[in-house]
Design a protein around this ligand. Structure first.
Ligand code: ADP
Ligand code: MG
Length: 151
């Protein structure tokens, strides 16, 4: 699926409206629901996440975890209890994130795990994730492409 947004608010709204749909993707798998968000700096990954968090009924403001690598938010949904928001921009080697108990986090099926800069930990991202790619078009336009279970 491909969407064009023309400003910040539309990307927030898209994230919010996709929250339900993304949750539904996860029936068949063992581990966490994983959402990989690819795109250049400023492409809108964190903006999308702000809407996505709202769609999951998170009341807190979602902040970019660039300097701390990840944040956790509690969820009160039937299937999911935690939203993890990773930003792997500063990760250079897979081992760095393994040390943050990444394995444990992605094997818990009560977790939704969203990952900015998944390229930096590519080998650790399962095939059956949701892949969201952000492309910067002219001006404030962004092209947002969603693929379920394939890169
Ligand atoms: P990323 O996390 O991909 O680095 P951010 O979401 O933090 O990007 O930043 C996106 C920036 O681009 C924000 O400053 C936002 O206001 C701006 N922007 C302009 N147009 C859009 C759009 N259509 N969607 C999302 N952000 C947009
Ligand atoms: Mg970001």
């Amino acid at each position: 699926m491909e969407k064009i947004t023309i400003n910040y608010n539309e990307t927030v709204d898209l994230g919010r409206s996709l929250a339900k749909e993304f949750i539904g993707f996860k029936e068949q798998k063992k581990g966490a629901l994983i959402i990989a968000l690819k795109g250049d700096l400023g492409a809108g990954k964190t903006t999308f996440m702000q809407g996505f968090a709202k769609g999951l009924q998170i009341k807190d403001n979602l902040l970019s975890p660039t300097f701390i690598i990840f944040n956790r938010y509690s969820l009160k949904l039937d299937k999911f209890k935690n939203l993890y928001h990773f930003d792997c921009y500063r990760i250079e080697r897979e081992e760095e994130i393994i040390n943050l108990e990444f394995d444990e986090i992605i094997s818990n099926k009560e977790n939704i795990v969203c990952i900015e800069w998944p390229e930096n930990i590519e080998k650790l991202i399962p095939e059956e994730s949701i892949f969201v790619s952000f492309d910067i078009l002219e001006g404030d336009k962004r092209k947002i492409t969603i693929n379920y279970g394939k890169r």
